[in-house]
Design a binder for this molecule. Structure first.
Ligand SMILES: [Ca+2]
Length: 159
């Protein structure tokens, strides 16, 4: 009986977390990038494409190969590998950041680090950019500016 209650609680917590996950729309992503004022307008579509194919625009997405392996964090999938850009559990790396901070809903710090990676390494840092975005097609953001952005565009399959 007790086990069943825990089981139900566990799934409630799990679902609750999924429901709270912030999946950006392409327009919201573009907006966040513009708001940062460090991303060149020329490359906005490349950035949105990159975010889409790296993380599905999920600000909390973490990809890991086990507790001791490196992991990739957040909407830009910034890797903890070799502590190069960020460090697990404490600030450090070239972005002087804690990797976990790249997996929350405030992506302003993520954008700063991603821009740094792009300026030092280039878009080729992102494997999925190479595969999906380098030669296009890039997302069409023409309808973004005059529209109210829906925040209820969550796909149903995530449940
Ligand atoms: Ca963040």
């Amino acid at each position: 009986m007790l086990f069943k209650i825990f089981y139900i609680l566990y799934f409630l917590i799990l679902f609750n977390d999924k429901i709270n996950a912030r999946i950006l729309t392409e327009c919201e992503a573009a907006n966040e990038l513009r708001k940062s004022s460090i991303i060149s307008e020329t490359f906005i579509r490349h950035w949105v494409c990159l975010m889409k194919f790296e993380s599905g625009l999920d600000t909390r997405f973490i990809k890991t190969n086990g507790p001791l392996a490196s992991a990739s964090y957040g909407v830009f999938q910034i890797s903890s590998k070799n502590n190069e850009w960020c460090i697990k559990g404490r600030s450090g790396g070239k972005c002087n950041a804690k990797c976990e901070d790249f997996a929350n809903d405030d992506i302003s710090d993520d954008i700063i680090c991603a821009e740094k990676i792009q300026s030092l390494v280039g878009f080729k840092y992102w494997e999925n950019w190479m595969k999906k975005c380098k030669t296009g097609p890039l997302p069409d953001l023409n309808n973004c500016r005059n529209r109210r952005y829906s925040s209820f565009k969550y796909p149903l399959w995530f449940l």
